[in-house]
Design a protein around this ligand. Structure first.
Ligand code: NAP
Length: 430
């Protein structure tokens, strides 16, 4: 390649992001980060004949993405197929083994196989870049990989799944239950036909696993993430949390302590005035806590063809300008093994909702049970009697080890006045 030759890219996967990238390159002929053009010299998808928002008729077609990854006719392999295993993984491995730079948006692949792929990339001297894998168009990966390396990151926490954020925002705005809002989100294209990855918290877990590796220099270890999704959130909890001055969000966090790293994804109450509580709809948002820099907050689109393709294009630009940082914070051979922290022993506060019978002595019984379990109450709210003599009681606790709060919840479940199991939601440590 001479210094005026165009960079040739092979694009595997022509769905939302792949088509977005082809559009971006076509619509921005000036996209030449080092004064050299970018041309697409090969594409691959499952179906050659499927109608697409971008005309691929003139582009060399590969039935097999692995063959595209191995082709000498491209200088950068862009993987936009998705999935932690299967053709995406084989194709990425093939390109890296050949010393070819790889750009991917595939969070599942990086969260589950990031350490071995980083080793492969660094052994062959090929960059492996994945800005689009976390927060789509909002540059969280570069922030941690590049801008924050001069500091020591202590924690990252944010809203990393736009679908869940959209659903929770709609539930609050309309008072409708989860299942109804999810069905509408599916109709509008905000949620997948199979929503498990999103609403189960697994997509956010992939992303926070990647951010934890970048922040703390540990091998990405998806299996260590503790994950709880939003399917059990009820409108009554959204309402009562608001009465107490909070909004329920799906919060993904990675926190470093002397014991190790704790990675969690779960619904949590954020104070209404907090920037995370203010990020509504499909927005993503992230806090980064640096030891000397302090707190940084970023917010923006976490998905969509345009923003995600822009992040992929930024990675292509990095390859062209000669990016040569380690894939994560440290060279692959020096990544620390992930040291998980037992979440149950960590201090935290909780919101607890009880549905009890309208009888004298109920409040005394609840207070005694909490006192016996050594959980102290921060605030207590008894709502008017609902249908059939049911009284909702909602309380927030002071900080206590999570296992102590869970034991208190178990004991309250055993009270004769309890009409349904208590509902516990954590209060975010943000
Ligand atoms: N969508 C977003 O906003 C977004 C945001 C951030 C990150 N990402 C990530 O970006 C990646 C792509 O997502 P997407 O939303 O663009 O997915 P998508 O719309 O489902 O597109 C996937 C593409 O991969 C192709 N494909 C599937 N299996 C293949 C195979 N065996 N060989 C060759 N091609 C194959 C499909 O071909 P056909 O078209 O022929 O079916 C399709 O073009 C995923 O890793 C996703 O997590 C997406």
């Amino acid at each position: 390649m001479t210094k005026n030759d165009p960079w040739r890219i092979g694009v595997a996967g022509l769905g939302t992001v792949g088509a977005g990238l082809l559009n971006l390159i076509a619509e921005r002929p000036g996209f030449s980060p080092v004064g050299r053009e970018v041309v697409v010299t090969g594409v691959s998808a499952r179906s050659r004949s499927r109608p697409r928002p971008y005309d691929i008729a003139g582009l060399p077609w590969f039935d097999d993405p692995v063959a595209l990854a191995a082709s000498p006719d491209n200088d950068i392999f862009v993987e936009l197929i998705g999935g932690s295993d299967g053709p995406a993984k084989v194709a990425v491995e093939t390109a890296l083994k050949a010393g070819k730079p790889v750009v991917t948006a595939n969070k599942a692949l990086i969260a589950e196989h990031g350490a071995e792929l980083a080793a492969l990339a660094e052994a062959s001297g090929a960059p492996l870049l994945f800005e689009a894998a976390v927060m789509g168009g909002t540059p969280a990966v570069k922030m941690l990989r590049e801008a924050m390396v001069g500091d020591e990151v202590e924690a990252v926490a944010g809203i990393l799944n736009g679908t869940c954020n959209y659903i929770l925002t709609e539930m609050e705005a309309t008072g409708r239950p989860f299942a109804e809002v999810l069905a509408e989100a599916q109709r509008l294209g905000y949620a997948e036909a199979d929503p498990t990855m999103d609403v189960g918290g697994f997509d956010a877990a992939h992303k926070i696993t990647i951010l934890a590796a970048l922040a703390f220099g540990c091998a990405p270890t998806y299996a260590a993430a503790e994950v709880e999704g939003i399917a059990a959130i009820e409108p009554i909890d959204i309402r009562l949390a608001k009465d107490l001055g909070y909004r329920i969000k799906l919060v993904a966090s990675a926190v470093k302590s002397a014991e190790g790293v704790q990675v969690t994804v779960h619904p949590a109450l954020a104070p209404l005035a907090h920037p995370l509580a203010q990020a509504g709809g499909a927005l993503n948002a992230l806090f980064i806590q640096g030891r000397t820099i302090g707190r940084i907050f970023i917010q923006g689109p976490g998905a969509g063809a345009g923003p995600t393709a822009a992040a992929v294009a930024a990675d292509i630009a990095d390859v062209m300008t000669g990016a040569s940082r380690p894939v994560f914070q440290l060279p692959a051979g020096r990544l620390k093994p992930f040291a998980p922290v037992n979440a149950k022993s960590q201090l935290g506060r909780a919101y607890i909702r009880l549905m009890v019978r309208d009888e004298p002595g109920v409040i005394a019984a609840v207070s005694e049970t909490l006192a016996e379990a050594k959980v102290s109450i921060d605030s207590f709210l008894q709502k008017p009697v609902e249908d059939a003599g049911v009284v909702p009681i909602v309380l927030t606790t002071h900080a206590a080890p999570e296992e102590v709060i869970l034991e208190a919840v178990r004991r309250m479940q055993g009270l004769a006045v309890m009409i349904e199991p208590p509902r516990m939601i954590r209060i975010a440590r943000i």
